[in-house]
Design a protein. Sequence first.
Length: 305
Amino acid sequence: MRTLVLLAVFGLVAQLVDGTLGMGYGLTSSSLLLLAGLSPATASASVHLAEIGTTLAGGASHWGLGNTDMRLVARLGLPGALGAFLGASILSRLPVRAATPVTATLLAVLGVYVLARFTLRPARQGGTRTCPHRTRFLAPLGVVGGFLDATGGGGWGPVVTTALMSSGRTAPRTVVGSVSASEFLVTVAASLGFLAGLGGTGIRPGVVAALLAGGLVAAPVAAWLVARLPTGVLGAAVGGLIVATNLRTLLAWAEASAQAYAITYTLLVPTWLVLLCLAVSRSHTGQAGRAATSLSRPQRQKVGV
């Protein structure tokens, strides 16, 4: 019972991060399920089955608050579904011993990407509420994002959200809302691929239900918070968590010594803290700049009078 409650809390936190950052639910959930001893295919399948409900609730919440561009949802979601089904079919047929390091390495690399992307080179922020990108760019992006999402247990957000935000041509709330809504199609396709490959073997309904319950509670809150929390700080936090958990999985798979664990985390933790402090500092600087701008406007208007 305690384990299910913890999974529900974890699902709530993961959905809060995912709904506000546009990424993190699958990566974080899969990382901790792997750490708990589930096989890569079972962990990814459980996460995707839970995400059918959370992505539907999250997408509906974003749509209700005007955070989505439905043309972008379709042009991303349909190619993403194709990539996700292929990825799930491949992962379901890999031996557990072979799949564990592949999945953990992929998750760790994506975690480093998220961590660096939101601290070392923050994305520019566009203002347009409709995405100007063409299908020839969005379709391959969707296929790659869907494939990585299924094989890594997460990856749709880090690939797709980051790619769209890095161009700086679309408002962040539209990117996050549209990517979250399109993820429903990706999740359904990945779940069908896992069910076809695994036949339900090893999937624990209790794990799926707990993750789903926590995610459903958080989905509407996350949609409301999307424009109110500093994305850089969230990105740095979730990126570091993903890297830390998957390095532990890799070290355990390699049967590393205690000294290897100590050296790895002695290097990782201070680096993570420095990048997190950098993200917090940039967030405070940005807030101070916006406050100064808002205070100076009445003065400029008075001078004009």
